[in-house]
Ligand binder design. Structure first.
Ligand SMILES: Cc1ncc(COP(=O)(O)O)c(C=O)c1O
Length: 393
């Protein structure tokens, strides 16, 4: 192969395993099959009307058509600080401790580029949301996998062991709770231990709090920054994609440690001119305005979760009820275990007319499971259960 065709980074970015299932889904749909899509975590409901209306109003003002600010306009950063104060009683300086990102996916990727040197290693519990792994690879870093045990003590122990044993010492620990794909949740005590560990080991902690608001049955997800001293070692990402049904708008933010914020701001100042300003203005209203829309979104996912768990159980597939996220993480039924999650997902499309995400797409430790996203309505979920029943009969 000539040098001009040898893209070493691209070789390390294989086509998403998750897209294999997607392609099969499109093929079946092209044949006229009605496939119920519980694959991608892409919220199906519209953005609340008051946020859309604000966007329309802001679009009409030509002043908002110019390049904006890559770190986010000051009023949006102020709204972020106020949101943290209201939700977690955490004080943030909007100028030095908050940066707006083009969704958290962009933010995490550019953060890794800004803080890692080639060969630096990052500890990531596995299974993981793919960009948690690939942001490190894109930055030419190394991944240190630890198994995402659902026992908090075990998880802390394996993170601690990895930090001690790996040489050169890892630079970053990247975690995310409530977790996608496993739906695992933690309490504040877990973050306290993580902060202690990071201080001792001189480690940066990056926490992705994408599912902060999608919690059920009385559970409330803590913020890493609620731990006193967390800002000394870490940062946290949040996204408007899920809590406010704004996935296509591409708005998120990172808050916490000033030096880390500054490094993301710096790289972004080279790479982008900021999110279209009307979107930033509407995002201020999302964070500062009426919050009953968040409650409605949460309630809808809860309803779907209950419907799915109940109807799938009646169909013969018993799955534990998640306490948070918009997903269900389901162990493959015993009789299909040996074919693995990718083949099982293909079988579900063909035989049950249901698309899911194979666990292996989230890393080796995801094998044996599939992830179902609660992005179809209740009737469609019941239809999916009927398809599953046919397969499990
Ligand atoms: C854990 C996690 N982080 C980040 C994201 C992406 O969020 P955004 O739309 O802000 O890029 C997702 C989306 O599914 C996610 O599950």
């Amino acid at each position: 192969m000539s040098k001009s065709e040898d893209f070493s980074l691209i070789k390390r970015l294989p086509p998403y395993v998750l897209s294999v299932v997607n392609e099969l889904k499109y093929k079946e749909r092209a044949k006229g099959e009605d496939i119920i899509d519980l694959g991608m975590g892409n919220p199906d409901q519209p953005t609340p009307a008051h946020i859309v209306d604000k966007l329309k109003e802001a679009v009409d003002n030509p002043r908002n058509h110019r390049y904006s600010s890559s770190a986010g306009i000051p009023k949006l950063r102020l709204a972020i600080a106020n949101w943290y104060k209201r939700n977690y009683n955490v004080e943030l300086d909007p100028d030095s401790e908050a940066v707006v990102t083009i969704g958290s996916k962009e933010g995490i990727s550019h953060l890794m580029l800004s803080i890692l040197s080639p060969g630096d290693s990052v500890v990531v519990p596995n299974p993981a949301y793919p960009i948690h792994i690939y942001s490190v690879i894109i930055a030419r870093g190394d991944i240190q996998n630890v198994s995402l045990s659902n026992n908090e003590e075990d998880l802390i122990e394996s993170i601690e062991k990895t930090i001690k044993e790996v040489w050169p010492k890892p630079k970053v620990l990247l975690i995310s709770f409530p977790n996608n794909p496993t739906t695992q949740v933690v309490d504040l005590n877990f973050f306290e231990k993580i902060v202690d560990l990071a201080k001792e080991a001189g480690l940066i902690v990056v926490h992705d709090l994408a599912y902060a608001d999608l919690c059920y049955d009385g559970y409330k997800a803590p913020s890493l920054l609620q731990v006193p001293g967390a800002k000394d070692v870490g940062v946290e990402f949040y996204t408007l994609s899920k809590s406010y049904n704004m996935p296509g708008w591409r708005v998120g933010f990172m808050v916490g440690n000033k030096k880390i914020i500054e490094s993301l701001r710096r790289i972004k100042s080279y790479l982008d001119y900021g999110i279209f300003q009307p979107i930033q203005i509407a995002s201020i209203l999302a964070l500062d305005g009426p919050q009953n829309c968040v409650e409605d979104i949460r309630n809808l996912y809860k309803l779907r979760r209950d419907k799915l768990i109940e109807s799938f159980s009646r169909a013969g597939w018993k799955i534990p009820k998640p306490k948070a996220t918009m997903f269900v993480w389901a162990e493959i039924p015993d009789e299909f275990k040996e074919i693995g999650s990718l083949e099982f997902s293909k079988l579900l499309i063909k035989e049950s007319k249901v698309a899911v995400s194979p666990g292996i797409g989230f890393g080796n430790y995801g094998e044996g499971f599939v992830r179902l996203a609660l992005v179809e309505n209740e009737n469609r979920i019941l239809q999916a259960a009927r398809g599953i029943k046919k397969l499990l009969r």
